[in-house]
Design a protein around this ligand. Structure first.
Ligand code: FRU
Length: 482
């Protein structure tokens, strides 16, 4: 441990002593989601399974609930459901990562986890300028046991990136194809177009620039963060989080977007050819920077940051006052259906279910059922009939509403949205909703994961009622999650 790391470690320990009880007393702390112990959390990093344990590292700013110097925090689990925080694992303690351990990934070999992350270095006050002022180095670090990370070594220095790109090149994700290792990196070129760069290596240590893997594409933003590439059922998928995509009707309404392209990757060539348009992964307010891994059962599992980079108009997350901000989504399995990705909550989450309540409900105007309420629950609704409009009120203050004329499904927050109000998406026919509610979040899976709305929500303590309005007939199953 070097002197800088010692100093940083001490300041985090002191902050924990000072702030942990205030943070823990917040009634909006979540019950089954990964959260920062104190301070701020953003992207999932280094997600993997190693020696039987699941590891989820995360962008962590322990000293500032509104985001500041970035470390990697670490949470670990035996079952993907209960996670235990393991503390800070990567510190910004070297010249080439001194202003932040930025996002990156894990690559598991027989006896090691190899981590690759971006070391952020601000060169001057103008560090936000695009073409100078910062360096983003790609750094390799290793763990033998999954818990201790050592041997940081810069494998791509900022001056080794190809010509024609700005200094915004970051978020390495590493994978193998045949006997070669590949790394995708998110990039902004000098014309402010987002692209993905591809590097290759035969030993995970020496990396050479191979090609521009994807982009630029029209109307897809100035910078692509957090790329991830994988194949499901012979279908190649590229995840990206583009910044600067303009809103278009119900699409792209958050400050930055996250989504995917389906296509075909040619590795000798090093090029990904998309077969269709960019598709958003989420329709709600809080979803960004997803990252995936493949578990030992062959499932492609994704986490995302249940939050967004910038504070949106009129919105301040109320947990900031309590000394913390943001969380991870629940992990979701990705599958391909009809040429698109669908998302399924991991079946492991069924083990949290308790006290099943089943009911058939006919909705005729305002409809309530005695005792139907909760804050930490899973709710499955199968729709038998839907009139012109059908509304479901959750936590009293948030409404999911389906309009069968224009075929729009909307999510609407009143006061508990703290300034965020409406998101909509097209759904040809609403058949099913599977809703995961936690003390201050909702994840709403539509028609077996065709679409998902992810959002944080901050109702008052007694706002727990579930009720209906409009016309329809539905079958409902609800469990407490404990
Ligand atoms: C995405 C992101 C990444 C970067 C990290 C810094 O949210 O901006 O591109 O590595 O966060 O925290």
């Amino acid at each position: 441990m070097n002197a800088l790391q010692k100093e940083l470690k001490l300041s985090i320990e002191n902050a924990l002593k000072l702030n942990k009880s205030k943070v823990d007393s917040d009634r909006w702390r979540l019950k089954y989601h990964v959260m920062p112990p104190i301070g701020w959390l953003n992207d999932p990093n280094g997600v993997c399974q190693y020696n039987g344990k699941y590891h989820l590292f995360y962008q962590y700013s322990p000293l500032d609930a509104e985001g500041g110097l970035k470390y990697w925090g670490h949470a670990c689990s035996d079952d993907m459901v209960k996670f235990e925080d393991q503390g800070v694992k990567l510190y910004p303690d070297r010249a080439d990562d001194v202003h932040g351990i930025y996002s990156g990934s894990a690559f598991v070999t027989k006896d090691k986890i190899h981590f690759f992350y971006t070391g952020n270095v601000k060169k001057s006050e103008s560090y936000d300028f695009v073409n100078n002022g910062r360096e983003q180095n790609t750094i390799h670090a290793v763990s033998d046991d999954g818990y201790n990370i050592t041997k940081k070594h810069t494998v791509i220095r900022a001056d080794q990136y190809p010509q024609g790109f700005s200094t915004h090149i970051r978020d390495p994700k590493v994978f193998a194809k045949g006997d070669m290792y590949y790394m995708v990196l998110g990039a902004r070129d000098i014309n402010s177009k987002g692209q993905v760069l591809l590097f290759q290596s035969d030993d995970l240590k020496r990396w050479n620039f191979k090609s521009v893997f994807a982009g630029p594409y029209q109307n897809l933003g100035y910078m692509w963060e957090c790329p991830d590439f994988f194949t499901i059922d012979q279908t190649d998928v590229l995840l990206i989080s583009p910044q600067g995509v303009k809103p278009k009707g119900h699409l792209y309404n958050n400050v930055h977007q996250s989504g995917y392209l389906i296509g075909q990757a040619d590795f000798p060539k090093g090029r990904f050819e998309p077969k269709g348009d960019f598709i958003e992964l989420d329709c709600g307010f809080d979803f960004y920077a997803p990252q995936t891994f493949c578990d030992s059962k062959g499932r492609r599992i994704m986490w995302a940051w249940m939050g967004l980079p910038d504070i949106e108009n009129d919105y301040t997350n109320p947990t900031v006052q309590k000394g913390w901000q943001h969380a991870m989504t629940i992990p979701r399995q990705l599958l391909i259906k009809d040429g698109k990705l669908i998302q399924k909550p991991l079946e492991e989450y069924q083990k949290l279910r308790k006290d099943l309540l089943e009911s058939n409900i006919e909705v005729k105007g305002k409809t309530e059922q005695k005792g139907l309420s909760g804050d930490v629950y899973e709710l499955i609704i199968d729709f038998e009939k839907i009139g012109e409009v059908l509304q479901i009120n959750l936590r009293e203050d948030t409404t999911i509403s389906y309009n069968s004329k224009d075929r729009l499904l909307s999510l609407y927050h009143k006061k508990s949205g703290y300034g965020r109000t409406m998101r909509k998406t097209e759904v040809e026919r609403l058949k099913k909703l599977q809703i995961f509610s936690d003390t201050s979040s909702l994840e709403i899976f539509v028609n077996e994961g065709e679409k998902v709305f992810t959002t944080r929500v901050y109702p008052k303590e007694n706002q727990t009622k579930i009720s209906f309005d409009g016309q329809g007939k539905l079958k409902l199953k609800k469990w407490e999650l404990v």
